[in-house]
Design a protein around this ligand. Structure first.
Ligand code: GDP
Length: 525
């Protein structure tokens, strides 16, 4: 273990933003890029193109086709205040897919952006559940404070109640919307004024928790009330506890406005300070892989297929768990035991895709792959086998029946489905008795990519019949009586032959559980 490597690893902060569309993920990312000097002008990120909500699905396909693989926005590494910050994008909206969830397996922390006018929205909640399952730290940014939103206290209460996480108040707004005076910064013991000049933007607090000196705003009720509320809440609230933050039980809560940049720097300063550097990873046989261990290890968490038929190569996204990556490194792919040369790789910078110079634990690299790699694959350097635990499977919510259009092409249909399923593009189910194919996904885009690739890569045209939303719940094989299947559910089996009910809706599931109270149904993550 070299000292320099250990120091490099310590500088890494690898995170993803979890939020509902329109909460401000892009805007806050852009602010981070601005602070780090990676871009000079706000608006650049969006103008670049692959902003999910600006394009319909078909446009997305078109874009991918024109550009080959577009990954510039998938991972960004920026230098912030001496830290190497890796932001891994979590596509939402039309681009939402299992990859969005899998990305969360490759980060060390999450930033949850909430719109103060809306509070906790469905996609935030779902992404929170996935992150929370991993027990990694979650930092909350209550955004759009420059607009009138809901009461701050109500937002914090909702956060705790709906998500079941404790809040630690880092700062507290003094006013909101057009009357926003500033933030009472409990963590840094200062007041951050919205419209201060360089000298009065940050004003330190004295022992009484007051701003020292004569300022007009001190007579304003926004100041006195904000100060009083903040002090009261901080005394009555949850105590600071770094361990609870690290395990995702306590979330530091910040208020601010991404659009006007207010409170954003304060947020990122505290974030790099409190968020953890990469930590040890446990293998399936309980080896502890220290991130500063000199040999390279990593796992594949996402594979981005090329939508351009002329370029079949794909990019496998690899999270480095230990060691240092150098171009041309020779490694072993654990699943096959075969050697894997890491020569054609790419790293993701804010403004361009570049060949990787060097990357260390915590970083993410892209490896051009011709079909050798699968999601969840472990890669290691040296003799000792390293196998990281499998990535979780996520409960699909949307389903389609699929059949080949041309019965003569059954073979390529089956081969294509098998490979795409193994790759993690969609999940495969078969009806219990008749073995009709059903595919499941968490986002509509997965189906379209599936159909497109099946046709282009395997020359198999498919008929897809939407079945809509279903609630998938697994049942233990020993509990199963095929008579349990009714018109309100479909009995199927997954690709490991485990029986699963696809319920029409919540009502159908409730009906089932009340009819069979002793039977335990399970879901995946
Ligand atoms: P995303 O879908 O989460 O990436 O959200 P965007 O960053 O694209 O923001 C969605 C919309 O909210 C855009 O019109 C932004 O300009 C706006 N927005 C983002 N942050 C703020 C903020 O702090 N204040 C206000 N008023 N609008 C914001």
């Amino acid at each position: 273990m070299s000292k320099e490597l250990a120091q490099e690893v310590k500088k890494r902060r690898t995170f993803a933003i979890i939020s509902h569309p329109d909460a401000g993920k892009t805007t806050i990312t852009e602010q981070l890029l601005l602070f780090s000097g990676a871009i000079r002008q706000a608006g650049t990120v969006k103008a670049k193109g692959k902003k999910s909500n600006k394009f319909a699905k078909s446009d997305w396909m078109e874009i991918e086709k024109q550009r080959g693989i577009s990954v510039t926005s998938s991972v960004m590494q920026v230098d912030y205040d001496g830290y190497q910050v890796n932001i891994v994008d979590t596509p939402g909206h039309e681009d939402f897919s299992e990859d969005t969830y899998r990305t969360l397996m490759a980060v060390d922390a999450a930033v949850m952006v909430i719109d103060t006018a809306k509070g906790i929205e469905p996609q935030t909640k779902r992404l929170f559940e996935v992150v929370s399952h991993r027990g990694i730290p979650i930092f909350t940014f209550m955004n759009k404070l420059d607009r009138d939103g809901r009461e701050p206290l109500e937002l914090v209460e909702e956060l705790e109640e709906v998500l079941g996480i404790d809040a630690y108040l880092m700062n507290w707004p003094m006013g909101m919307g057009s009357s926003l005076l500033g933030l009472y910064d409990l963590y840094n013991h200062r007041v951050e004024l919205r419209r201060g000049d360089d000298d009065s933007h940050y004003l330190p607090l004295n022992d009484e928790g007051q701003v020292e000196g004569d300022y007009d705003f001190k007579s304003s009720s926004l100041y006195t009330q904000g100060l009083e509320d903040a002090q009261l809440l901080s005394e009555a609230g949850n105590p600071f506890d770094q361990n609870r933050i690290n395990s995702g039980k306590l979330t530091p809560v910040f208020f601010g406005s991404a659009l006007t940049g207010f409170g954003v720097q304060t947020f990122f300063d505290a974030f790099v300070d409190l968020a953890p550097a990469p930590s040890a990873t446990l293998t399936v046989d309980e080896q502890v892989i220290d991130p500063a261990d000199s040999r390279f290890t990593g796992f594949v968490f996402k594979i981005q297929a090329n939508m351009n038929p002329a370029h079949r190569d794909r990019i496998a996204f690899i999270r480095i768990c230990s060691g240092e990556f150098e171009k041309g490194l020779s490694t072993t792919l654990e699943r096959t035991g075969k050697s894997l040369s890491m020569s054609h790789t790419t790293q993701f910078m804010a403004d361009s895709r570049e060949e990787v110079q060097s990357a260390v634990a915590g970083d993410i690299i892209g490896l051009y792959d011709t079909g050798n790699l699968q999601i969840g694959d472990s890669i290691y350097e040296g003799k000792q086998v390293v196998k990281f635990p499998a990535l979780p499977q996520f409960t699909p919510e949307l389903f389609m029946r699929v059949t080949p259009k041309n019965v003569m092409k059954q073979k390529s249909f089956h081969k294509g489905i098998e490979q795409l399923v193994q790759e993690g593009a969609v999940q495969l189910y078969k009806t219990y008795h008749t073995e009709d194919y059903i595919i499941g996904a968490v986002g509509q885009l997965q189906f379209e990519v599936f159909q497109y690739r099946l046709q282009n890569e395997y020359n198999a045209e498919v008929e897809m019949i939407p079945m809509g939303h279903k609630i998938a719940r697994w049942i233990k094989p020993e509990d199963l009586d095929p008579k349990m299947s009714s018109s309100r559910n479909i009995l199927a089996k997954d690709r490991f032959d485990r029986p699963v009910f696809l319920f029409e809706n919540q009502f159908a599931e409730n009906w089932f559980t009340s009819k069979y109270p002793d039977i335990e149904l399970e879901k995946l993550l």
